[in-house]
Design a protein around this ligand. Structure first.
Ligand code: PEP
Ligand code: MG
Length: 850
């Protein structure tokens, strides 16, 4: 039945624990231990609540004793293990009946007594007797009408026995916790299927009556900015939703707009501030305090963790650690890694109204407002006019890169987390929404249709890449917040991190961003992005059109100095940090024009008949280019491309080493599936290195690595590792090939698949630990068994995703590499997992992150 300690008074030494009695009971005990004026409170354990839900009830006399103390009124509040799990609504003034009402009329006046009684009758009728809320929620008829309605509906008098009232309230709250809605809601917040609930019964501090009397909340930090500021409210003659005669809301602190609580009760206000400072130190957290003032006497009835947005969470955690209240490692654990990406970009102000036009996949965070354009050329023209453009496309292709550079945000109808638009936007730090399937683009009419609304080119929209919402017009924004709290938190994170975090950077601009965010090197430079430049594309196309190796070499010679200077710039910016350059990866047809007009222009520039160009373009087209002549397959069949790139890398190495420490470039071969591929490419690169050494009479070393992005490469990682200094898992392609799922088309049905629980998450977004993750683990293990010192990393988009980073860290990778703007998130996520692992090692058991 009921254990002896099933219900205990919350005293400084009582055995109250969060696991048994919930966070609220534990928090109240901490306040009691601080000697704050907390009304007498009792904690019901989760076992007791479970027994009550099952129909058992403590002795009537016991319940009566709990209510019939002090003023004969109590409140009942939920106390789950985690406040985020919610719970049934608080019920106030349990114990009020006709007799007590009469006494209250004498002591507090008719209006206050009526309001208190009516408030309880309403709550009891709706939540306990489950009567129609419409009959009780409006109080027009007053107390008498509510009591009459209760009697008419239940055929019995409103319960007068305080013990029965308490028993019924406890029972209804215990049962509400087990209801399907409550269960689904809390599971969505991470609660386990069987989550315990404690309850707290507390003497009521009356917020109606003579003198300065009322209830309020106070907090000492701004929930949006995280800066110290007293905010809250004080409602005179008000308790919960019940407002008595003469109810008025006061500003908490002195305010030119009207009377304040600080002026009305200066001593009580000073006590509150003192208690707030003490609570922050003892509870090691910024708290919102709920209080009641009864004729000038202060009671602290509850305290909860201050609600906060991302920026505030960083500032609060850092300030607590700087003030010596929590250790730095604790501050690192308290900030949700994803919150950091909100700080890097503009954000739509959470307080501002939103006119939502459409929703899609939130592919790159941040928010921006601009005018709609439908082509890359229009975006560039808008930029030239000094206008802010939002590029709206069905999907983007490599030729759109310059248009993306010229835009403030990107919206596409198709695509998923690793589609072209998503990857490039994340690299550029542009807000981006992809796969917005509810929109329809008419490029001829230059309109965007969203439901019944038609938007024209030039109209203003806001892209909220954090939430995935497309908003009409210009939304109010919060500025980025890369302040010293942000830097400090990440410095602490690095102190605890077991792996390194590098950036995927293709351009000097990316590399500079990577350095700003303290990336510890470049883990992936996708060299093909360098060829889309106006200056380079003609040489590239000429190379593609060359029939003979000599002609090809001549075109490549034109590209060589450009690549050399690209690499030299990256080496210089990274100043001694490792730089991994991936050899050419995409199929060649990506560099060719796709429409007739483009082919005509190309024919003109190459001085060839149009038919030759069309034929060549057709000859290069493949049924399945992503599984065709790309990556190392191209490197082996058209080896001059890799020769040129290797030479450019080595010559840049010599150039960059002149001014500082010797550069040791890392060269990476994409799309490998067989050990022989690595041998062939390695032989040629070694030969190029020898030639460059001979010609320049300068020595240098380099590291050759392999991208593991085909399932076969992961399975044969042992063989491959014998020829490689490092392996880098390209989890984008590895996911695509493991699932047999096109990364550019998956957006179309991903929503349905995730919605129906086929996939728990989009596997291009969060690493599929069971399947793709197993390949990562197998590959790592096999590689290390043959080459124990080999460096292993992940450079797919998962390298910037907190859950995936946690998995990779445990799988034993040495570093992850992600888009520069995701580096801060990755540093924090990697540090958190490292701290958890260290704690586990100390305790010798796994800990789950809360
Ligand atoms: C990958 O496939 O994971 C990768 C990093 O390469 P890309 O995205 O360029 O194919
Ligand atoms: Mg790849």
């Amino acid at each position: 039945m009921f254990e002896p300690d099933a219900i205990i008074e919350i005293t400084p030494s009582a055995g109250v624990s969060t696991a048994r009695h919930g966070w609220r009971a534990k928090c109240l005990q901490r306040l009691v231990r601080m000697d704050l004026p907390v009304p007498t409170s009792f904690a019901l354990s989760a076992d007791a609540v479970r027994a009550i839900a099952a129909g058992q009830m403590p002795e009537r006399s016991y319940l009566a004793a709990m209510v019939e103390r002090a003023n004969g009124l109590v409140s009942v509040r939920p106390s789950a293990v985690d406040p985020a799990w919610g719970g049934p609504g608080t019920v106030l003034n349990v114990g009020i009946n006709d007799a007590l009402h009469r006494r209250l009329v004498e002591s507090h006046g008719q209006a206050a007594a009526d309001a208190l009684y009516l408030g309880f009758v309403q709550a009891y009728a709706i939540h306990v007797a489950r009567l129609d809320p419409d009959m009780f929620s409006d109080s027009e008829g007053g107390l008498a009408a509510a009591l009459r309605a209760y009697e008419a509906e239940t055929d019995e008098e409103f319960p007068q026995d305080p013990a029965r009232q308490l028993a019924e309230v406890l029972r209804s709250m215990a049962r509400a916790w087990d209801g399907p809605t409550a269960r689904l809601l809390r599971q969505a917040k991470g609660a386990p299927p069987i989550a315990p609930l404690g309850l707290v019964v507390q003497d009521m501090a009356l917020a109606m009556g003579p003198g300065v009397t009322g209830s309020g909340t106070i907090q000492f930090i701004d929930s949006v900015t995280g800066t110290p500021r007293i905010t809250g409210r004080f409602r005179g003659q008000s308790q919960g939703r019940t407002r008595g005669a003469g109810a008025e809301t006061l500003y908490l602190t002195r305010d030119p707009r009207g009377p304040s609580f600080e002026e009305a009760a200066p001593e009580v206000f000073a006590d509150l501030v003192r208690f707030g400072v003490a609570a922050r130190e003892r509870l090691r957290e910024e708290m919102q305090i709920e209080f009641v003032v009864t004729d000038g006497r202060l009671s602290i009835i509850d305290a909860t963790r201050v609600a906060r947005n991302s920026r505030a969470s960083v500032r609060i955690a850092t300030a607590l650690a700087r003030d010596g209240i929590i250790p730095p490692a604790e501050a690192v654990m308290r900030v949700e890694p994803r919150a950091l990406s909100d700080l890097l970009h503009h954000q739509v102000d959470p307080r501002a109204p939103r006119d939502i036009l459409a929703r899609g996949i939130n592919a790159s965070p941040g928010a921006a407002t601009g005018r709609i354009v439908f082509t890359a050329a229009a975006a560039q023209a808008a930029e030239a006019r000094g206008e802010r453009a939002v590029l709206v496309r069905r999907e983007t292709v490599p030729e759109d890169i310059r248009g993306m550079h010229a835009s403030v945000a990107v919206l596409t109808e198709r695509g998923g987390m690793t589609s072209h638009a998503a990857v490039i936007a994340r690299g550029l730090g542009l807000p981006c929404i992809v796969g917005a399937s509810g929109i329809s683009i008419d490029t001829r009419a230059r309109t965007l249709q969203v439901g019944p609304r038609i938007l024209h080119e030039g109209e203003e929209i806001t892209i909220d890449g954090t939430s995935g919402e497309v908003l009409a017009g210009a939304a109010e924004m919060l500025e980025p917040a890369l302040d010293d709290s942000f830097t400090q938190l990440l410095d602490w994170a690095d102190d605890h991190c077991r792996i390194k975090v590098r950036a995927n950077a293709d351009t000097p601009e990316d590399a500079r961003t990577a350095r700003t965010f303290n990336a510890q090197g470049i883990g992936l430079c996708r060299t093909e992005h360098m060829f889309f430049d106006d200056e380079r594309l003609p040489a590239m196309r000429e190379m593609i059109f060359a029939d003979k190796p000599e002609d090809r070499r001549l075109s490549l010679e034109r590209l060589l100095p450009m690549q050399r200077s690209d690499f030299a710039a990256l080496f210089e910016i990274m100043a001694g940090l490792p730089v991994t350059i991936r050899l050419f990866d995409p199929p060649l047809h990506e560099f060719l024009p796709h429409d007739r007009e483009g082919m005509r222009e190309l024919a003109e520039s190459l001085d060839l008949p149009l038919s030759d160009v069309t034929r060549r373009v057709e000859a290069l087209s493949e049924f399945n280019p992503m599984l065709g002549m790309r990556g190392v397959r191209l490197g082996i069949t058209v080896p001059e491309i890799y020769d040129m790139q290797a030479r450019a890398i080595f010559e840049a190495t010599i150039l960059a080493s002149r001014n500082g420490a010797p550069v040791v470039p890392e060269i990476m071969i994409p799309l490998v599936s067989a050990r022989r591929e690595v041998e062939l490419v390695k032989n040629r690169i070694d030969a190029v290195a020898a030639a460059v050494r001979n010609e320049t009479r300068k020595d240098f070393t380099y590291r050759l690595g392999v991208m593991v992005e085909t399932p076969r490469a992961a399975l044969r990682a042992g063989d491959i590792a014998e020829h490689a200094a490092f392996l880098s898992f390209g989890t984008n392609d590895l996911t695509q090939m493991t699932y047999g799922l096109s990364r550019d088309d998956a957006g179309r049905f991903m929503g349905t698949y995730v919605g129906q629980g086929v996939y728990a998450e989009d596997p291009f977004h969060i690493l599929d630990c069971e399947g793709v993750g197993e390949l990562v683990a197998i590959g790592t293990e096999r590689a290390r068994s043959r080459a124990p010192g080999i460096t292993i990393s992940v450079c797919g988009e998962h390298g910037g995703n907190p859950e995936s980073i946690a998995f990779c860290l445990r799988a034993g990778v040495n570093y992850v590499s992600c888009s520069p703007f995701r580096v801060p998130v990755a540093r924090l996520a990697a540090a958190q997992e490292s701290i958890l692992m260290a704690r586990e090692a100390a305790q010798n058991e796994p800990i789950t992150k809360s």
